[in-house]
Design a protein. Structure first.
Length: 240
């Protein structure tokens, strides 16, 4: 049955990822912090919608596994994005948007294109998202601008399970698990990143919900030292 096979395939990702982390910890660096976000969705006529998101990253600790950690509160970045999407079929959406990333000493701009498929099954919802983005620096110095052009291809699979009953209703908890793969290249360099995000959410009403979980990211596969990022993810969603 396709539903069962898809679910089992998704579950197999967990031990594979844990095996990768276990074998890379000896020469890996890590960082620990928090990543709060606010997400506001605007419904528009003719199956259109606008998705506004603001997200920040704050670092608490970093270092190398097996060595003394460096503990310090540090602002990393803030993202502000707006994506317009349109429902193109019963379960499909096509969207595009723009993101501004604010760092300590520079601003990065990013264009985004994405296509998503959302399927509702008996006890859970499964979503696939295929996306691409292009990041660049609008520095008046052309040499610096070209240096920061980066391209990425992304695939994310997300499963959402109600913890009470058959669906996620008002004043109920739910479990969401995201798994994403990214391939990026910049000039002559390229890299792969894996993300896994288990989250517990609470649906206050139909238009407002809060999520809390761990956003784990493993990247720099193609470099000498892999990097593990552990972010406490706090997400608030509101629909207008």
């Amino acid at each position: 049955m396709p539903t069962t096979l898809s679910f089992r395939w998704y579950i197999l990702i967990f031990p594979l990822l844990l095996f990768t982390v276990k074998n890379g910890n000896a020469q890996s660096i890590y960082r620990v912090g928090t990543m709060p976000s606010v997400n506001i969705n605007f419904g528009l006529p003719n199956n259109w919608a606008l998705h506004f998101k603001t997200e920040s990253r704050l670092l608490f600790q970093s270092g190398q596994f097996g060595k003394e950690p460096v503990r310090d509160f540090y602002y990393v970045l803030s993202d502000i994005s707006m994506i317009a999407s349109r429902k193109t079929g019963l379960n499909t959406n096509l969207g595009g948007g723009y993101l501004v990333r604010i760092l300590e000493n520079q601003v990065i701009h990013r264009t985004i294109q994405q296509f998503s498929i959302v399927s509702q099954y008996n006890r859970f919802r499964l979503a696939h998202r295929f996306s691409a983005d292009q990041s660049f620096n609008l520095n008046p110095n052309e040499e610096v601008k070209l240096k920061y052009v980066q391209y990425r291809l992304r695939y994310r699979i997300a499963a959402e399970f109600p913890l009470n009953g058959q669906s996620v209703d008002a004043r109920e908890f739910y479990l969401k698990i995201n798994n994403e793969y990214l391939y990026g290249w910049q000039n002559s360099g390229n890299d792969i990143e894996i993300r896994i995000v288990p989250i517990i959410g609470y649906n206050f009403v139909d238009k407002s919900k809060l999520e809390l979980g761990l956003d784990y990211r493993l990247d720099s596969f193609l470099n000498a030292t892999t990097r593990n990022s552990f972010w406490l993810s706090v997400n608030w969603f509101f629909r207008i």
